[in-house]
Design a protein around this ligand. Sequence first.
Ligand SMILES: Nc1ncnc2c1ncn2[C@@H]1O[C@H](COP(=O)(O)OP(=O)(O)OP(=O)(O)O)[C@@H](O)[C@H]1O
Ligand SMILES: O=C(O)c1ccc[n+]([C@@H]2O[C@H](COP(=O)([O-])O)[C@@H](O)[C@H]2O)c1
Length: 214
Amino acid sequence: MKFGMPYVRAGQSVGLLGGSFDPAHSGHVHITHEALRRFGLDWLWWLVTPGNPLKDRGPAPLAERMARAQAIMRHPRVTVTDIEARLGTRATADTLSALRAAYPGVRFVWLMGADNLAQFHRWQNWRSIMETVPLGVLARPGERISARMSPAARIYRHARLPAQASHLLARAEAPAWCFVNVPMVDVSSTAIRASGGWRGGVSANCGVAAPYGR
Ligand SMILES: Nc1ncnc2c1ncn2[C@@H]1O[C@H](COP(=O)(O)OP(=O)(O)OP(=O)(O)O)[C@@H](O)[C@H]1O
Ligand SMILES: O=C(O)c1ccc[n+]([C@@H]2O[C@H](COP(=O)([O-])O)[C@@H](O)[C@H]2O)c1
């Protein structure tokens, strides 16, 4: 096991929330709590990416994004990690292969907001991701319909687990995905950057907003 990799027992389940976290905000914290509750996960890791393969603009330095994420995400079952930088991976399919090799017997679940499901068919080897790990999708304001109508959702409609059975996702064999219609928090890193950024430190605006709608 490489230095800095969290310990997990074989048979346990780990939800992976990959993201730019540029910066981390209350929407991330909110879906993390919901994912733990809804998908039957033992642990949840935030994978702070060295850089999204589809985004042209480079994010803020990894160390800054990690520090901010660690400061706002505090939960005994959640670990904020720069594991992709440690593994030397960037594409999610490569990260998952490396994690499965490093953690035999651990059940990984890839987590994402609905906006990412709408784009998922553009990811490198997206079908192999779908065929390898269960996918937990959380509602995001304005994205529920685009996610449900997306190529990935249509092609894999036979593999969809109903929301009432979401707690079975971590034990399901891939391909399996589940969309949960959780209360939504309308915050994005884009909006926070546009409102003047967060470089002032952790106490700067983290986009705290009340959940709305179902
Ligand atoms: N408010 C939110 N509700 C639901 N999912 C969210 C929310 N914010 C982020 N996510 C999800 O968290 C993961 C990481 O998101 P990311 O770090 O890109 O934040 P972001 O706010 O989407 O950033 P940006 O605005 O720069 O695209 C993605 O799967 C994204 O869909
Ligand atoms: O592997 C890919 O091709 C790929 C394409 C787009 C996004 N991702 C991953 O999706 C996660 C969410 O990215 P982001 O920038 O929307 O927060 C993050 O872990 C990225 O590495 C991965």
